[in-house]
Design a protein around this ligand. Structure first.
Ligand SMILES: C[S@@+](CC[C@H](N)C(=O)[O-])C[C@H]1O[C@@H](n2cnc3c(N)ncnc32)[C@H](O)[C@@H]1O
Length: 217
């Protein structure tokens, strides 16, 4: 039996697959893998979550936040932002932090975020493989600019999805995924500081952690 959030998530995928990019919210295991660097951090943290969906990762970020940490949660789709607003952001410690002004919901595309070296962590659920190359590049540049120099960018990708889309998709899809894939591979090669395979997720995924060092994507 799937719950209401999962049904809404699936509905947004059927309506806009290239924006939602997944058929189901992330598992708790994947959320924990994405938040591993945040859990090791000690001083007050500024955190940006992009592509929060129904809040599966937001909930786990909330469990990691200390009393002086701040969290901005960004989600482009109104229906999903409404679920965040009335759900995970209205419950428990996150609700209290929101009342204190330490948690904010940003109902707009990540491309609109103007943040200059602000965040210690950007945690992403964005479906880069579903994006056009130029969109992926623009978003990655916004994320890079929003991070402090030693800030960590954590994101996930489904294991072998890029390979299958590059090999078995329609020609236009193959070309698009190949181009985005080259961009991601270059970033991984230059900036990756850690990777964890999470098998208990639909589908299994890698959580990747990157630290940028100046250059544009
Ligand atoms: C694969 S889902 C991940 C949802 C959630 N983080 C999770 O792990 O279950 C991707 C999410 O990114 C959002 N998204 C896509 N493009 C976006 C953009 N440009 N700015 C902000 N959010 C975006 C989608 O609406 C969707 O909720």
């Amino acid at each position: 039996m799937i719950n209401r959030n999962a049904r809404t998530f699936l509905k947004t995928y059927v309506r806009s697959p290239s924006i939602t990019g997944a058929i189901a919210p992330s598992s708790r295991g994947l959320a924990r893998a994405l938040t591993a660097p945040l859990r090791e951090y000690r001083t007050p943290a500024r955190v940006l979550e992009v592509g929060a969906g129904t809040g599966a990762v937001t909930r786990v970020i909330g469990e990691c936040l200390g009393s002086e940490d701040r969290l901005d949660v960004c989600e482009i789709q109104t229906e999903l932002a409404d679920i965040l607003d009335a759900g995970v952001l209205a419950e428990g410690a996150l609700a209290g932090a929101r009342d204190d002004g330490r948690v904010r919901l940003i109902r707009s595309p990540v491309q609109d975020i103007e943040a200059d070296n602000t965040y210690d962590f950007v945690i992403s659920g964005l479906p880069f493989t579903a994006f056009q190359l130029e969109d992926a590049r623009e978003i990655l540049n916004v994320i890079r600019a929003s991070l402090k120099p030693e800030g960590v960018f954590s994101y996930f990708e489904y294991i072998a999805l890029r390979y299958f889309s590059r090999t078995f998709g329609f020609k236009a899809t193959r070309q698009r995924v190949k181009a985005v894939s080259s961009l991601m591979d270059e970033l991984i090669l230059t900036h990756q500081i850690g990777r964890q395979a999470v098998l208990f997720n639909i589908p299994p995924a890698y959580a990747r952690h990157l630290v940028f060092s100046g250059s544009e994507c």
